[in-house]
Design a protein around this ligand. Structure first.
Ligand code: 5GP
Ligand code: MN
Length: 325
């Protein structure tokens, strides 16, 4: 304990994205101002582009320091779970959280939450968990503890989960963004840091995907890109290098569902995107052991790449028809 304040742990999901990282670091900076000792933990490493965020170097990574992570969770009196809603999203740490006696608190915006926490601040209409962290701080009447560093972290999560305010927005999203900007957040600079950071190999990989690995089924309104294990070697693809590729298919007129499929060492991973009322969350949950949001979901299966591609071509058209009737 630091003074009377309990030790806290903040956990977010495997392969943390801008929202997982922004919401957890923003909340951590806020709670530290309330004199808590706070440890932020992710199951796997974070993309280097987010290194500009305050506190990121103190984050514990389970894959790198499993013993320390286990101890931190065991010692915690409170555990905040951010930007995920099922314990399978945090790998082995799920067990530690499940069997911990700490009070558990979920802040999240994904569909279909599992009941594993004592308290919840959930809104599936929120743009991002970062938006919810800000609204929670506001609900506690603690805005005076906000500062520009917390603002940058939360703004980062909002930018990344809305694709720069293109989707998942609601009126509150813009109110929160406005209030964060009023705090002094430089959104132009954040957009530059987040999006203008590719290496030439990323553009070459994108070119390869679009030229050689993309199938557009015009009549069905479906686009699919896949990458084989050999592509991973040929293009030296590392974690995070394929981020955003799936979205390019939605630039094609009338494409309503986009699937990006990758052959990993043991499983096939999928990223799904959709427009409007089509729920790829349902597709991911029903067929690919996954979940997510209505218009952005993902999953993973033990199968061959070809089997997954065949299954997608069979299953996805059903969802296109569903939306037009
Ligand atoms: P992405 O396609 O960017 O990896 O993920 C899009 C959304 O789908 C995210 O909100 C993420 O939480 C969810 N998602 C991705 N992969 C999985 C998965 O394997 N399981 C579940 N439950 N959700 C996933
Ligand atoms: Mn999120």
């Amino acid at each position: 304990m630091v003074g009377n304040a309990p030790e806290l742990v903040i956990v977010s999901h495997r392969n943390p994205d801008g929202d997982a990282i922004g919401s957890s670091l923003g909340l951590s900076s806020f709670l530290k101002k309330k004199f808590h000792k706070v440890t932020v933990i992710y199951p796997s490493e974070y993309p280097r582009i987010f290194e500009y965020l305050d506190g990121i170097y103190e984050v514990l990574i389970y894959d790198l320091k499993p013993v320390e992570v286990k101890k931190a969770i065991e010692n915690a009196e409170g555990i905040f779970c951010l930007d995920f809603n099922g314990l399978d999203r945090v790998d082995k740490m799920g067990e530690f959280i499940q069997f911990s006696n700490a009070k558990k608190f979920l802040i999240d915006h994904h569909l279909d939450p599992e009941p594993f926490t004592d308290y919840e601040f959930i809104d599936t209409n929120a743009s991002s968990t970062s938006e919810l962290v800000y609204l929670w701080i506001k609900a506690l009447n603690q805005q005076d503890k906000m500062d520009v560093k917390i603002g940058e972290a939360l703004f980062t999560g909002i930018i990344t989960d809305t694709g720069s305010f293109k989707y998942n927005t609601r009126p509150e999203t813009f109110v929160v963004a406005s209030e964060l900007k009023q705090l002094g957040v430089n959104d132009y600079h954040l957009q530059d840091l987040i999006f203008n950071c590719l290496l030439s190999k990323h553009l070459r990989l994108l070119g390869h995907c679009l030229a050689n690995r993309m199938e557009i089924l015009e009549e069905s309104g479906i686009g699919i890109i896949y990458l084989s294990r050999k592509d991973y070697i040929d293009f030296d693809i590392q974690r995070g290098d394929t981020e955003g590729i799936v979205n390019h298919m939605l630039y094609v007129k009338n494409i309503q569902i986009a699937a990006f499929v990758t052959e990993q060492p043991t499983i096939i991973k999928l990223s799904l995107r959709s427009k409007g009322d089509i729920s790829v969350q349902e597709v991911a949950t029903k067929y690919f052991n996954g979940g997510g949001h209505k218009n952005a979901a993902g999953g993973g299966v033990y199968a061959s790449l070809q089997d997954v591609l065949n299954k997608l071509k069979k299953v996805l058209p059903l969802y296109i028809h569903k939306s037009t009737h």
